[in-house]
Design a protein around this ligand. Sequence first.
Ligand code: NI
Length: 154
Amino acid sequence: MNRSSQFVQYFLAHRHVTIELINKIEKEHYDYKPTPTSMSAKELVTHMLFTFYKFAKVAKSGDPALFREKMEETETDLQKLAETYTEKTKILLESLTDEDFERTLDLTKIFGAQMSVAQFLQSAMDHEIHHKGQLFVYVRGMGHTELPLFVKRG
Ligand code: NI
């Protein structure tokens, strides 16, 4: 298996759980916050979907400026948004070659360091997993008790 297929499998093992959690968020809970200073459920989900997509765009293009690009998005249904952005992200990741993973990205302005595309994509996964953990707390706070495992393999 090449590196991109391996990485896409890893991404989806976690993203499918993120999506399962998103699918439990009813519209009346979009503004739910576990504490007054937390992001709303809608903000958290949007942040997760857009951030991974931007990581994938920067990985593909090598242009870190894309990270700061403002996202123009009119879709307000979180389930649809999750479907669309998971697909867009997957397509970008699938287009990476084994050599692309070894490329160095100059991220001194964003992360204060240079790193390989492989390391950069690992931090995208760290970010997804970090916020997915939070999402479990949100969905439990909305009253759901039947929750998925933290990762979904195969
Ligand atoms: Ni974040």
